[in-house]
Ligand binder design. Structure first.
Ligand SMILES: Nc1ncnc2c1ncn2[C@@H]1O[C@H](COP(=O)(O)OP(=O)(O)OP(=O)(O)O)[C@@H](O)[C@H]1O
Ligand SMILES: [Mg+2]
Length: 354
């Protein structure tokens, strides 16, 4: 029952807070086990926002069904007695990949990257074979635990593949959105996650955001610049999509980029992997199963053991917008990682907003 459930937990520390979501390090009193608690302020009748309650319900429902070493485990979930806050209890993780990539000096060898990719793709393969699209694959939603095990988290906007209603209560950030999603394909499938994974792997290799656009149009343009715009030969369906973009003036392609230049730190195997994922037409994009069976994992160097992955995490700046009567939010630029300091406020919001 809700009343007894909240009393089982005591909050030790805030991990982060935003206007409607708070993540805390907590303890389960009966077992003294350390856990992470995610509180989502849903209100009684969705009075705060229309996305918080569906997101909380969605995450609970999806995660109750999923059980895999590379998917975050939901240990418990309930609403507070006043029904205003949804509480999700997770296994406690050390950090998310966004922080490891951009806020630490940890050096990741090709073997470490291979090990991380293996765990991410294994998790995604399981999610997809369970009939679910995650839809929000990005560094902040991929966690690493104390033993170097990677787990996919944040199922707030995940949906069933056969759910024909593709209305999302919240959009994933543009930087990781697939071309079919950006161009308005209503039939997109699990390959949308494989695109996002490709962007994330590129970011892990480069230690830079791959397509740091400031708008959806610029996002499409950046993708066209790397892959060339869709043609009748490469993707005939594309021009029927609602947001299909064709440029009469192709001069933007003058500074066309090559994979080799864009991912200059990647070795040959990593380049092949990226080329199999960052494919414009989703029909030709590698599936999670195909990636698992690809030569990337049989070629040298072998994947490192998870426990060998460097994972010292930078301490977080506390930031809060006081959803649960905690500290005031501090949005000063100096609190942002230095890598992001050149971005404009909208882009920052995309990156840091819940
Ligand atoms: N189980 C956990 N253990 C430790 N930290 C966690 C855990 N779950 C989430 N976090 C931290 O909290 C952050 C936000 O969590 P989550 O993605 O679930 O919330 P969200 O509000 O839906 O986020 P966003 O909309 O920014 O993706 C993560 O990026 C991570 O840094
Ligand atoms: Mg998240």
């Amino acid at each position: 029952m809700a009343t007894t459930k909240s009393e089982n937990y005591v909050i030790d520390e805030m991990i982060l807070e935003d206007s409607l979501v708070g993540i805390y390090k907590a303890r389960h009193l009966p077992t003294n086990e350390e856990v992470a608690i995610k509180k989502i302020k849903v209100g009684r009748h969705g009075e705060y926002t229309d996305w918080a309650e569906p997101a909380a319900e969605n995450e609970m429902q999806m995660l109750r069904k999923l059980d895999h070493p590379n998917v975050i485990k939901l240990l418990d979930s309930f609403y507070t007695t006043d029904s205003k806050v949804a509480v999700l209890v997770f296994e406690l993780m050390l950090a998310d990949l966004g922080r490891l990539i951009h806020c630490t000096d940890n050096r990741y060898s090709h073997s470490h990257i291979k090990s991380m990719v293996y765990m991410m793709v294994s998790g995604l393969e399981y999610i997809h074979s369970s009939g679910i699209m995650h839809q929000d694959i990005k560094p902040g939603n991929i966690m690493i635990d104390n033993h170097g095990i990677i787990k996919i988290a944040d199922f707030g906007i995940s949906i069933y593949v056969d759910d024909t209603c593709r209305k999302l209560h919240r959009l994933p950030p543009a930087w990781y959105r697939s071309p079919e999603f950006l161009l308005g394909d209503r039939q997109y499938g699990t390959s949308t996650d494989m695109w996002s994974l490709g962007v994330l792997i590129g970011e892990l290799i480069n230690r830079h955001i791959v397509f740091p656009s400031k708008s959806e149009i610029e996002q499409i343009l950046m993708i066209y610049r790397l892959l060339g715009p869709p043609t009748d030969q490469t993707w005939p369906e594309a021009k029927s999509f609602k947001h299909f973009l064709q440029f009469n003036d192709d001069s933007f392609l003058n500074n066309e980029e090559s994979f080799e230049k864009k991912f200059s730190k990647a070795n040959e195997q990593e380049l092949n992997l990226l080329k199999s994922l960052l494919v414009m037409n989703p029909k030709y994009r590698a599936t999670a199963k195909q990636v698992l069976e690809s030569t990337y994992f049989t070629s040298n160097p072998p994947a490192s053991k998870p426990e060998d992955i460097p994972r010292s995490a930078a301490p977080r700046h506390r930031h809060s917008r006081d959803p649960f009567h905690m500290n005031d939010v501090n949005t000063n630029d100096e609190n942002l990682p230095s890598d992001y300091s050149h971005l404009n406020n909208d882009t920052k919001r995309q990156l840091f907003s819940p």
